[in-house]
Design a protein around this ligand. Structure first.
Ligand code: FDP
Length: 289
């Protein structure tokens, strides 16, 4: 009899390999798709042609995989039934507004052993492919984060057991300062004045979180006065990023508790996101309390 968890492990491997293999096509498809589509995505945000291109390509590649039951993406309203097995949630092109100025962006994935929407405790694996000067994969699974370089869609190990550096160096805060709550603004201002800390915000969550993973520090897309749940999506962004950062020895929070402890009611629900070195996120949580 085949062990269920080893079968799920094989399916997760197949999903990650499929995403890696699609990376060169996604990159190659970007130059001609840096313009907006007519409509908006289910969260009411404008979509670029590259967003829908990446979504359609990834659905096409993942659909035939044995052991994948559901596909969901930030770019489509509903969860798609593709068979029987694990559920895959994607932000096919996170940070696509960075296409215009030609800055970093990526594909963010999370794999669950329950139908979507589902809670962070049902994550089997999460990670992202980063389309930077080179293409890299950061993959988290079983409490371990590994980094790979992708060449022609094939991964080569760069770093095993990636952990956040002990000394934080970067802060990266999204949203509009005049819409931050006072408690967050106080934390931001204290962080700005902390010796050794410097601002780096690129406008793509994956790129910004990747900097925190490599240099240490704190990233936030906070609750705002006009958007108490912030901007980022719990299922597609909050859970995978929380999982990756916690596997790398950091802390994640929605302002009160770990990002992984929540359960969305709808697939496109939003959540405030605070991640980084344990000490910084803990003091942020104390401020927001
Ligand atoms: P984008 O709209 O470019 O796709 O969730 C989407 C996201 O980017 C995140 O990647 C990023 O952190 C955030 O929105 C950027 O929002 P701001 O433009 O408000 O900074």
């Amino acid at each position: 009899m085949t062990d269920v968890s080893s079968r799920e492990d094989d399916v997760v491997d197949a999903v990650v390999e499929t995403l890696c293999a699609a990376a060169p096509s996604i990159r190659a498809g970007l130059p001609g798709r840096r313009v907006y589509e007519e409509g908006t995505n289910p969260s009411g945000e404008r979509q670029m042609e590259a967003d829908t291109y990446a979504d359609e390509l990834l659905l096409k590649r993942l659909r035939p995989l044995d052991g994948v039951g559901e596909y969901a993406s930030e770019e489509r309203p509903d969860v798609i039934d593709v068979g029987e097995g694990v559920s895959v949630a994607l932000d096919p092109l996170d940070g696509s507004t960075n296409l215009k100025p030609n800055n970093v962006m990526g594909t963010l994935y999370s794999v669950y052993d329950e139908p979507l929407p589902t809670g962070g405790e049902n994550l089997l694996a999460a990670g992202y492919i980063l389309y930077g000067p080179v293409t890299t994969l950061v993959a988290a699974r079983d409490g371990v984060v590994s980094e790979y370089i992708l060449e022609s869609g094939v991964k080569r190990p760069l770093r095993e057991e990636l952990t956040l550096p002990d000394d934080p160096a970067i802060f990266s805060f999204g949203g509009r300062v005049n819409r931050w709550f006072d408690e967050f603004e106080a934390f931001a201002s204290e962080t700005e004045r902390t010796e050794g800390m410097k601002l780096r915000y690129g406008g793509s969550m994956i790129g910004d979180v990747n900097q925190i993973l490599h240099y240490g520090g704190v990233f936030a897309y906070p609750a705002q006065t006009d958007a108490p749940k912030g901007k980022l999506r719990q299922q597609f962004e909050g859970f995978p990023i929380g999982y990756i950062i916690e596997c790398a020895g950091g802390r994640s929070s929605d302002g009160e508790t770990s990002l992984l402890s929540g359960t969305p009611e709808g697939i496109h629900d939003r959540v405030p996101v605070y991640i980084g070195n344990d000490s910084l996120v803990e003091s942020l949580e104390a401020r927001l309390d």
